[in-house]
Design a protein around this ligand. Structure first.
Ligand SMILES: NC(=O)c1ccc[n+]([C@@H]2O[C@H](COP(=O)([O-])OP(=O)(O)OC[C@H]3O[C@@H](n4cnc5c(N)ncnc54)[C@H](OP(=O)(O)O)[C@@H]3O)[C@@H](O)[C@H]2O)c1
Length: 421
């Protein structure tokens, strides 16, 4: 049972209790009814597989039927509980409902109609408008991606593959790449999607360059570059290049990939670079000690890397006019991100975190949306364009950071990789 289904059952129980406690209150019954019917059917629609028209309709009818059954049975249960031949309570209750019966059923009927219209609009929007049209959204699309073997990236990768994308996935762990290949083949045997695995480790800049070269040799035109991989190190670690690892994996290596691969992007207007940032991006860039050699803190280092991601993406919009560049925040998600955190942080994370499926929504939204409906340089959270901290709009800081990053990457940026275009 998923969290969404648990939520539905919780609402149903609350509604039944509500009706039992206040059997005379027509208003309570109405509120409970509308609550159950709307939330149950709409939540079921969202919880069901987004691509199945049939499952959405099934969800709609389940929601409606459930609402009606619960309403009728809760009134009956209340009547039975209150039945006491020696007192007037049942007679009063019955009489009350007879008197108000007409209004009662009219309002219930109105609620059903209202709920049906709501669900119909939801279905219409989901299936017939360009933004939400999911079928064929990924067909004939070629996407380069990092961080697709775990967490929210894995959900987004499988979603794109299931819907027909050619996904070129950079993996640091070949075994995990093969596992993803198997999962895809067994769960979506009919999909036209194609998975190409490229070995590459963001913690090793030469390996990152080699992965880009391998992509260039595929002779493909890219529609999207999705840079989702990221780390949070609770102890200071150095990359294979001797650089503080969070800075390298979250900021330097993604920038290197952008520089190496952006010329493969299709320039017809719907191409995108999407980078996973985070709501944790407060503060400034610590130019005096960008690698936090002193006063290392996992959160400070992580925040700086995500602030840097937002700053550089905004700065790059000046250069990249033929495609959009976006950052996104997935929410607090229960993934492998805090794998080396202490038990307390892990506990808090598991209490606060949502499922990777939920965490992947904004990323999938950005991958699916038509670029003309998105704002380049924008940061998105909960599928919405969202403003960020004051510092993250500071383009002087962004330019300073770009200079520093280019110094780190100088050798690798100058290395000639075969250009396709
Ligand atoms: N979880 C949250 O609450 C949260 C909140 C805000 C932002 N984010 C961001 O969301 C993104 C995805 O993270 P997640 O939460 O899904 O964590 P995750 O489960 O740890 O997934 C991270 C992904 O990045 C890959 N990766 C890590 N280091 C790499 C390297 N050196 N080279 C190549 N690939 C590497 C991992 O590969 P392996 O499978 O081989 O480990 C994995 O596929 C990250 O950018 C993270 O900062 C997460």
């Amino acid at each position: 049972m998923t969290k969404a289904h648990l939520g539905i059952w919780a609402r149903i129980i609350v509604a039944i209790i509500g009706v039992l406690i206040f059997p005379y209150s027509v208003v309570t019954s109405f509120l409970c009814m509308s609550f159950i019917m709307m939330s149950a059917s709409l939540r079921l629609i969202r919880a069901s597989h987004p691509n199945s028209f049939f499952s959405s309709f099934l969800a709609l009818f389940t929601g409606l039927t459930l609402g009606i059954i619960i309403y009728v049975s809760s009134v009956l249960i209340a009547a039975l509980i209150l039945y006491d031949p020696s007192s007037e309570s049942f007679a009063y209750y019955f009489d009350y409902n007879i008197k108000h019966g007409m209004a009662f059923s009219m309002v219930t009927l109105l609620l059903i109609v209202f709920n049906t219209i709501l669900c119909a609009i939801n279905l219409f929007v989901q299936f017939y408008t360009e933004d939400y049209l999911m079928e064929n959204q990924f067909e004939n699309k070629t996407i380069f991606m990092t961080g697709g073997t775990s967490g929210l990236g894995k959900i987004a990768a499988l979603h794109a593959l299931a819907n027909g994308a050619h996904l070129i996935l950079m993996v640091r762990n070949e075994e995990k790449g093969k596992q993803l290949q198997q999962t895809f083949a067994s769960e979506y045997p009919k999909s036209k999607g194609q998975l190409t695995l490229i070995n590459g480790n963001l913690s090793d800049l030469q390996s990152t360059v080699d992965a880009c070269t391998a992509v260039q040799r595929l002779n493909v035109e890219l529609d999207q570059i999705v840079l989702n991989a990221g780390i949070m190190n609770f102890e200071r670690k150095l990359s294979q290049n001797g650089i503080e690892e969070t800075l390298q994996v979250n900021l330097l290596a993604p920038l290197l990939i952008i520089e190496k691969l952006h010329n493969l992007l299709n320039t017809e207007g719907n191409s995108k670079i999407i980078i996973t940032a985070s709501a944790l991006h407060q503060g400034n860039i610590n130019f005096n000690d960008i690698e936090f050699k002193e006063n290392y803190s996992a959160f400070k280092v992580y925040r700086q890397s995500k602030l840097g991601t937002i700053l550089l993406s905004r700065l790059l919009t000046d250069r990249f006019k033929n495609f959009g560049i976006y950052t996104q925040h997935p929410g607090v998600v229960k993934t492998e991100l805090g794998r080396d955190a202490g038990w307390f942080s892990k506990f808090i994370f598991s209490l606060m975190g949502s499922s990777p499926k939920k965490g992947a929504r904004t990323l999938i939204y950005l991958m699916e949306s038509n670029a003309k409906n998105l704002s380049t340089g924008g940061y998105y959270a909960k599928k919405l364009f969202t403003t960020t901290t004051k510092q993250s709009y500071d383009m002087v800081m962004a330019e300073g950071l770009m200079e520093v990053c280019k110094e780190y990457l100088a050798v690798y940026l100058n290395e000639n990789t075969p250009a396709v275009k």
